[in-house]
Design a protein around this ligand. Sequence first.
Ligand SMILES: [Zn+2]
Length: 241
Amino acid sequence: MRTILLLLLLATSALAETTANKLVVLTFDDSVASHATFVAPLLKKHGFGATFFITEGFEFLVDKTHYMTWAQIRGLHDMGFEIGNHTRKHAGVTKQKPEQLQADVEHIENQCAANGIPRPVSFCYPGYASSEAAAKLLASRGYLFARAGGARPYDPAKDNPLLMPQAFDGKPESTLEQFKAAVAQARDGKVAVLTFHGVPDIKHPWVNTDPANFEAYMNHLKQEGCTVIAMRDLQRHLRKD
Ligand SMILES: [Zn+2]
């Protein structure tokens, strides 16, 4: 009997070392003001981690009603959230020369440094378009993770972490059932990487998430007992073997 118990204990601890089921990465794109005013406090209440992907594209430089200030972005970092790089101008990487992409990536790194935010290790491809060349450039600059588009879970055993797919992309027409189905894919070593823009997103209504819907999504993650982390935290959550 004692031997069986011991074996059970050993089996349990071995399992604990593999990637946990219900591992979810929350990501928020485009530096929208509602990330600071609505999303971050709600996530904090739930104890969730998240990555905010910062760009100075769109009207970031002139419209400080709808886009965060760097002080607000620094505030997200101070709350424990990850600040990721979404490029200076939000240009599609496949249309850029390597030196243009490098300059746009470097600009956000410099802005982070100027605002007391650690150099980003996570990147998000503007407009979802990715390329092997861009992934190589990111690797050379020390990036560990980069999210593109898609509609499937990230499989750390097979996928390049610098060409990571998303399992869900919040849109005005998205439903709680779709969200639940995406989250349910976080099993067997796979991770559900979830994308949102503004909550709400007044300037980009085609990627808007209604705050009430968002609260329902977050309640589902809580009820399911999901481990909800920032992208950088995959480093310590993924199985090592
Ligand atoms: Zn974007």
